[in-house]
Design a protein around this ligand. Structure first.
Ligand SMILES: C[S@@+](CC[C@H](N)C(=O)[O-])C[C@H]1O[C@@H](n2cnc3c(N)ncnc32)[C@H](O)[C@@H]1O
Length: 273
């Protein structure tokens, strides 16, 4: 089959759909990227072109094609203990952050991708929290893409994913899965984590039923949203943080119009005051 071309008109249709349903704001320069990513799916489904695929997508009441689109469009790059400075900050301030918490911690990894972030949180707390067995820790890990969530729940990582993970973590928290370098996270590390599908832009925040978090990690996803979407999201996070709670965002995502009441504590770390 000849190379399929995504026309400007078709690109606009997908761009608007993606913005409305995922929140990702695509610039006009992304037309070739979108073309390349969608073309594979169009061929796989045996469709004649992008317009037919758009029709399939918007008419799929099961939501399965939307799930597929999410995994095609979003970038799932992540790693264990990403953004080293934030973990150093957390380590330095951990004792003051847990003071007055009655040994209870609620943390949300709000775009958890394949799970490296929530598992890093669980390992960090196991390693650094004094008497951690006395703590009631719950980590909520969400993502819009069911495909990455499945991988996250599985918790098995190949040589590339664990390449930079210090040996002590591999020894303490992982089990060797096979002879080809795959490691699985131990069940004990999974226990405190609940994985759920949640769309940060269109999701119904009512499902949290007034839950309050001590820390929200929303890292390396807001960069794909436009300013109004980011602002709405940060307002929601503000409501969902306990007084004194922290919001960790990606290092390239500084909140230029940080919401009143969120004070910058370090690069890309904000505290509800
Ligand atoms: C680049 S990864 C970041 C993973 C991790 N937080 C980190 O910093 O390493 C971005 C993740 O955001 C998710 N994502 C994109 N749009 C989303 C949305 N509207 N709601 C929830 N998650 C979304 C993607 O599926 C992807 O897994």
């Amino acid at each position: 089959m000849d190379k399929m071309e995504l026309t400007k008109k078709e690109f606009t249709l997908f761009k608007e759909y993606i913005y409305e349903h995922i929140g990702i704001s695509l610039s006009e320069q992304k037309i070739y990227l979108v073309q390349a990513r969608l073309a594979k799916r169009v061929k796989q489904l045996g469709l004649e072109g992008f317009s037919a695929y758009y029709h399939t997508l918007v008419n799929d009441a099961s939501g399965k094609e939307f799930e597929y689109l999410c995994s095609l469009i979003s970038t799932n790059v992540t790693s264990f203990f990403r953004e080293a400075k934030q973990w150093e900050f957390w380590k330095t301030h951990l004792s003051s952050m847990i003071a007055g918490k009655n040994n209870r911690l609620r943390i949300w990894s709000a775009a958890c991708s394949t799970g490296e972030e929530p598992y890093s949180i669980a390992m960090f707390l196991d390693e650094n929290l004094p008497n951690n067995s006395h703590f009631d820790i719950k980590i909520l890990a969400t993502d819009v893409s069911p495909r990455v969530l499945k991988e996250a729940m599985n918790g098995v990582y190949g040589p590339k994913a664990i390449a930079n993970l210090p040996q002590k973590y591999l020894s303490n928290y992982f089990e060797r899965k096979d002879g080809v370098g795959n490691y699985g996270i131990k069940e004990s590390m999974k226990r405190s984590i609940s994985f759920r599908a949640f769309n940060l832009v269109t999701g119904n925040y009512g499902v949290f039923k007034g839950k309050q978090f001590d820390i929200i990690f929303c890292r390396n996803v807001m960069i794909y949203f436009d300013k109004p979407t980011q602002q709405t999201l940060v307002d929601k996070f503000y409501e969902m943080l306990c007084p004194g709670g922290y919001l960790f965002i990606g290092s390239s995502e500084a909140l230029t119009d940080a919401r009143k009441g969120l004070k910058s504590r370090s690069a890309s770390i904000y505290q509800k005051v």
